[in-house]
Design a protein around this ligand. Structure first.
Ligand SMILES: [Zn+2]
Length: 276
């Protein structure tokens, strides 16, 4: 069989392939109202039943958190970890339907006491962005300026236990929860590099993910985070993420304690709807 014969055969196969995949895509877009290329990152802080632990801005009661996780579990969402999210956003690696990443900011002890048991119940993984110098202490960055009551923070033993489970990933939220665009480049660098170094030393594994305190960042700060060796960074900018976007300015959907079940459904389902 000569080369001259093979060329038209190969060309016909290629034409058939493109034709059939094109038909499939067209068919899918007609049938589905869901945006296939969306990654949602949920942002939580405290999960705690005690009103003395703060208002519903940062505190979601465990019963409500349980309801929300149950909704994710039973309504076709797929909870993935930040590493999988990173692969997806960078390389477009396909993900299961309606992917969600669950994140917690600051590293409150109630994440261990209340959130983790609920996450375990549904078999979910999550990322906790931890303020390194608050370990085993209290939320000095908020409590000392009177914006929040004193709350206990995770200790190293709890952090190690959660890490060893393989379901909770710890990311860095700086050493002292400083606003990084306002403290000067030297201090910002110390906060970013220092947090990574201490967490990696204590956990004995790479720490790949970062969260800007107060969602405060600019180009200089995000370049520092990149230079420190982090692979992603999350902001407080509200929105969803698509493959190919900047991995150091990831958007999130903040869930507050006063979010009704109805609002939760509406917000979440809307994230995946196509704009059309
Ligand atoms: Zn924070």
């Amino acid at each position: 069989m000569g080369f001259r014969f093979l060329v038209p055969v190969a060309a016909s196969i290629l034409v058939l392939f493109f034709f059939s995949s094109g038909t499939r895509l067209q068919h899918k877009s007609v049938l589905s109202t869901y945006e296939p290329d969306v990654l949602v990152i949920l942002m939580y802080h405290k999960v705690n039943p005690d009103p003395r632990e703060g208002g519903l801005g940062l505190r979601v009661p465990p019963s409500k958190f349980d309801w929300q996780m149950k909704y994710l579990k039973t309504r076709g969402f797929t909870v993935i970890d930040m590493d999988s999210a990173c692969f997806y956003l960078r390389y477009g690696r396909p993900l299961p339907p309606k992917p969600v990443v669950i994140t917690f900011d600051d590293g409150y002890r109630d994440n261990y006491l209340f959130a983790w048991p609920i996450l375990k119940k549904y078999g979910f993984c999550a990322t906790v962005y931890h303020v390194v110098n608050a370990t085993g202490g209290y939320n000095f960055f908020d409590a000392d300026r009177g914006s929040q009551p004193r709350s206990s923070m995770l200790g190293w033993n709890e952090i190690r236990e959660m890490t060893a489970s393989g379901t909770i990933t710890f990311g860095a939220h700086t050493l002292d929860h400083r606003p990084l665009t306002k403290v000067g480049p030297e201090e910002a660098s110390r906060q970013i590099f220092g947090a990574k170094e201490v967490l990696e030393q204590e956990l004995g594994r790479p720490v790949n993910h970062f969260c800007y305190p107060y969602g405060d960042y600019n180009r200089e700060v995000s370049e520092m985070v990149k230079a420190a060796g982090f692979k992603t960074a999350v902001t407080c900018v509200r929105g969803v993420n698509h493959p190919g976007e900047d991995l150091f300015t990831l958007k999130r959907i903040r869930i507050m304690g006063n979010c009704s079940n109805r609002k939760f459904i509406y917000m979440l389902e809307n994230c995946y709807k196509t704009a059309a």
